[in-house]
Design a protein around this ligand. Structure first.
Ligand SMILES: Nc1ncnc2c1ncn2[C@@H]1O[C@H](COP(=O)(O)OP(=O)(O)O)[C@@H](O)[C@H]1O
Ligand SMILES: [Mg+2]
Length: 361
């Protein structure tokens, strides 16, 4: 177990700067997920921590010691990649023990540590198999086993589940969560999938263009996204976002007008607002209700209905904005073309001014 601290970490390539001064503290035993769209710098940041890339500027500490120029092998970390990178000619057992044998660990100890990891990962019955005789999920477990046997202070995972099919991903996600519970090691996990981030993380770091947009627990990011980017990235289906204008305000509430002139009241810090200010109004599909009397009401014109069995999704227009989504209970019957009266709570409304959240949620 170890803590990790990044202070103003920068990575420049000759062609571009890809990490722009990242400050981040990862506590001992924490499960931290780096999430963001493809190309935002997740892998680069992980590789900087691993020592596979050199930091251009700033300070990286592991266990309170500066490691900027420490060799990757000396950092006490183990990394698991999306491509399992197993040796095809070696058995599961040999693959898992390889790094230890290379480090001249006594044979008996190698055996014990491999056996222990195999039990954790339920690989004991596959020890003599070659990788080609394993399923994708089993291969990824061997790759994780190879990291476990090294007993690292920190585990780094770079999109380890991206090559697996949807069902197996859910399965492996639970196994990785259990692994963290059992080992209690510091883990950093990179993914572009916000569902993986929400389900695994103690702490999520949302990245965009080589900068941190927000750090928080999954529910903090869901309830209180700091800006439009995080609001749109966390949560599925996405938050509805409608351009709006300020009609009137007092200290803690603001009345805004949607594109079709319907008005909504939102609790917000209104200091930077004036009548006429352009803002962005956000409401999650699952915070919109039918048949309930709540503070805000809109008319919704249904363009399409998807009934999934466990829930019903409506697609259509409200507030003068097309491309809106609503999540209703599974048994709600709605027809295409139907106009509904929908309601929502002010406390579920998000408001953004110049991209930054100003609502009090
Ligand atoms: N060796 C390199 N030279 C120049 N640019 C690079 C290099 N490696 C990565 N990049 C760029 O850095 C950015 C971040 O890449 P990466 O960390 O792989 O993103 P992610 O893992 O979030 O998809 C991308 O724009 C990528 O093109
Ligand atoms: Mg990557």
């Amino acid at each position: 177990m170890a803590n990790i601290k990044l202070s103003n970490v920068v990575k420049k390539y000759p062609s571009a700067t890809v990490i722009h001064g990242v400050d981040l503290t990862i506590n001992e035993g924490e499960f931290v997920v780096f999430v963001g769209p493809s190309g935002c710098g997740k892998s680069t940041l992980l590789r900087l921590i691993a020592g596979l890339e050199e930091i251009t500027d700033g300070v990286l500490e592991i266990d309170n010691a500066v490691v900027n120029h420490v060799d990757p092998a000396e950092r006490g970390i183990a990394m698991v990649f999306q491509s399992y990178a197993l040796y095809p000619h070696m058995s599961v057992e040999q693959n898992m023990g390889f790094a230890l044998r290379m480090n001249n660990v006594p044979k008996k100890e190698v055996q014990e540590r491999v056996q222990q990891a195999a039990e954790i990962l339920q690989l004991d019955h596959l020890m003599s198999r070659k990788p080609k005789a394993l399923s994708g999920g089993q291969r990824q477990r061997v790759a994780i086993g190879r990291a476990i046997v090294r007993n690292p202070k920190v585990f780094l995972f770079d999109e380890p589940l991206s090559n697996l099919d949807a069902e197996l991903r859910v399965d492996m996600r639970l196994q990785i969560a259990k692994l963290h519970e059992d080992l209690k090691s510091t883990m950093i996990y990179v993914t572009h999938d916000q569902v993986e981030a929400m389900t695994l993380a103690d702490k999520i770091v949302v990245l965009r263009d080589g900068k941190i947009e927000q750090v928080g627990t999954p529910l903090e990011l869901y309830r209180s996204p700091a800006n439009e980017f995080v609001a749109g990235f966390i949560g599925s289906p996405k938050m509805n976002m409608l351009p709006a204008n300020v009609v009137s305000k007092n200290q803690n509430t603001v009345v805004i007008e949607l594109p079709n002139a319907s008005e909504i009241t939102v609790n917000a810090d209104t200091t930077g607002l004036e009548v006429g200010s352009e803002v962005m109004f956000g409401i999650r599909p699952e915070h919109i209700y039918v048949d309930q009397k709540l503070e805000n009401q809109v008319l919704f014109k249904t363009d399409a209905v998807e009934r999934l069995g466990n829930s019903t999704y409506l697609f259509g227009e409200f507030g003068g904005h097309t491309d809106c989504r609503v999540h209703l209970p599974w048994d709600k019957e709605v027809r295409r073309g139907e106009t509904l009266s929908l309601t929502f709570n002010s406390s579920d409304c998000h408001l953004f001014h110049k991209g930054i959240c100003i609502s009090n949620t």
